[in-house]
Ligand binder design. Structure first.
Ligand SMILES: C[S@@+](CC[C@H](N)C(=O)[O-])C[C@H]1O[C@@H](n2cnc3c(N)ncnc32)[C@H](O)[C@@H]1O
Length: 213
């Protein structure tokens, strides 16, 4: 799979690419390209934004700047999934993550300031995705959230078996996972449920299933 992220701060992704699961699939299951809008902007001085028509606070990411960046990378071979990260988008849920992880190519567009010129979303994108009903300062954190969630679903990203039985998975009927405990068995009088120490795998399984919410 290839994911291209268009951003104003490619270096912000350095941390993420050093972490698992991304680090484990980069160069094998995942090719990640980070594209800086400023490198291809047709405007002078690296300008990428402008004042909003109709007035108001803040600056808006320009449509000609984003179009130039997409042209520089893809030419006429436009990818089918170009996703704007925006609070107005479709909520990112685990089913959406599964859908995206099944693609061969994804293009993510991050914005800053007041956001995208609406023509970017309307004419240059196939989708718009929100990571939640709150406003962040930029689309880079949402892009990283999406990248991490998708990378977990790629072959070899996780230890065998650990990606199937998780919160929101089909294995748990989309529910929330049961609680986990590890050593010590007792700490400050807080005990691990006896059943988990019993070695009775059938009863442990039943106990866990009862706790899926
Ligand atoms: C400060 S926000 C713009 C908020 C916009 N003026 C509004 O009120 O909806 C700047 C950028 O951060 C990104 N962003 C902020 N919150 C987001 C969210 N919940 N999901 C996805 N992207 C988000 C988007 O790329 C957005 O254009």
């Amino acid at each position: 799979m290839r994911i291209d992220v268009f951003t104003l701060v490619p270096h912000a992704f350095a941390w993420l690419t050093e972490q698992q699961p991304l680090a484990g699939v980069l160069g094998t299951e995942l090719e990640l390209r980070l594209v800086n809008y400023r490198e291809t902007t047709p405007l002078r001085g690296g300008q990428v934004d402008d004042e909003p028509y109709g007035g108001g606070a803040g600056m808006v990411l320009r449509v000609d700047v984003v179009a130039a960046a997409l042209d520089a990378v893809y030419g006429d071979a436009r990818p089918s999934r170009v996703i704007a990260l925006t609070p107005q988008g479709r909520p990112l849920t685990q089913p959406v993550v599964e859908e995206l992880a099944a693609e061969d190519e994804l293009t993510l567009l991050s914005s800053r300031f007041e956001g995208f010129d609406e023509r970017i979303v309307e004419h240059l994108c196939s989708d718009a995705i929100s990571v939640g009903p709150y406003v962040l300062s930029n689309g880079d954190l949402p892009a990283m959230v999406l990248l991490d969630a998708v990378a977990r679903r790629l072959p070899g990203a996780l230890a065998a078996g650990s990606g199937e039985l998780e919160s929101f998975s089909a294995e748990l009927d989309g529910g929330l996972e049961y609680p986990h405990y590890t050593r010590p068995a007792e700490f400050r009088g807080w005990k691990v449920p006896d059943i988990l120490l019993s070695g009775d795998h059938a009863r442990i399984e039943a106990w866990r299933r009862e706790r899926v919410r």
